[in-house]
Design a protein around this ligand. Structure first.
Ligand SMILES: Nc1ncnc2c1ncn2[C@@H]1O[C@H](COP(=O)(O)OP(=O)(O)O)[C@@H](O)[C@H]1O
Ligand SMILES: [Mg+2]
Length: 278
């Protein structure tokens, strides 16, 4: 067993020791792992870069506990937008739900395959196990699965999906899973890995990224036409919420192995945007 104390990562069981593993939450954005402009296309180079970054981070030796979440990119958003799914529950064509879920399961399987190739052993925690709408934190079955995964040396991984309620189906974004994770776990650091170097002042992505992002910055954003979860604007908003809950928040280009590795290892001096000054 790698991690001391089976329930250690969970907030309720808080009992800090110097030996506690540092929990790092890594969100692999859909913009990173897929090509958002081409439906159902993956970004192989980015997946390799992520695999190399995680492998070279030597998380076990460094006592880092990783939780991975990935987005939907050109898999999930393509069908979700085609069948009018959004983050608010509504009745949609059942085949639309099936197709969106199936596309996400395919993408998830591809992500796992790439990680496996780099020796990274993951355990899928379905979003439906972890979350219930309006709960805001992990449900008990999700917690138990998470703990059992960690205690068996596996890296828990979840992903954006479709939630079902009496009043309809809705999109559960990867970023929303991150928020529930920070609510439920002692997350030291949250890393949003996307296909760009960090947060730019402007949506034309020209000039330098903002290294230290505070609420005083006025950021101009844009989102992909098919995006059903609010794009970077929503990711920045969630980032500030997470930072206020006590986790460090970074935005980094996940295709840059060295940068991603540095952030996983807790080194801040790397090209990225960090949230400061709440
Ligand atoms: N001001 C900005 N700074 C950074 N990225 C921006 C900005 N405005 C728009 N974007 C776009 O936001 C995208 C990342 O957000 P999003 O598509 O939601 O990522 P993901 O799919 O990884 O969740 C980038 O690909 C970038 O093109
Ligand atoms: Mg997004």
């Amino acid at each position: 067993m790698v991690y001391a104390g089976s329930r250690e990562p969970f907030k309720k069981m808080e009992k800090k020791t110097t030996n506690s593993p540092r929990m790092v939450l890594l969100k692999l954005g859909g913009s990173l792992i897929t090509d958002k402009d081409v439906p159902l296309s993956i970004n192989e180079n980015a997946l390799r870069a992520v695999g190399a970054a995680i492998r070279s981070s030597r998380i076990k030796e460094r006592r880092i506990s990783l939780f991975l979440v990935h987005g939907g990119g050109s898999f999930g958003h393509f069908y979700a937008s085609k069948y009018h799914l959004s983050q608010t529950p509504k009745k949609v064509l059942p085949i639309g739900i099936t197709r969106t879920c199936h596309a996400m399961l395919k993408l998830h399987s591809i992500v796992k395959e790439y990680l496996e190739h780099y020796g990274i052993a993951t355990e899928t925690i379905l979003p439906s196990e972890l979350l219930r709408r309006n709960l805001g934190s992990f449900s008990n079955p999700g917690r138990i699965h998470f703990i059992n995964a960690v205690n068996n040396g596996l890296i828990p991984i979840s992903f954006g999906y479709v939630g079902l309620e009496e009043d309809g189906a809705y999109v559960v974004s990867g970023d929303a899973i991150c928020k529930a994770a920070v609510n439920s776990l002692k997350v030291c650091r949250t890393i949003f890995a996307t296909d760009v170097d960090g947060i730019y002042p402007n949506s034309n992505l020209e000039g330098e990224i903002i290294r230290e992002l505070s609420k005083d910055h006025k950021i101009i954003t844009s989102k992909h036409v098919l995006d059903v979860t609010g794009g970077i604007r929503s990711k920045i908003k969630i980032g500030f919420e997470l930072a206020a809950m006590g986790t460090e928040v970074f935005y980094v280009n996940g295709a840059m192995t060295g940068r991603l590795r540095n952030l996983i290892q807790g080194k801040n001096e790397t090209k990225s945007t960090r949230i400061v000054n709440l």
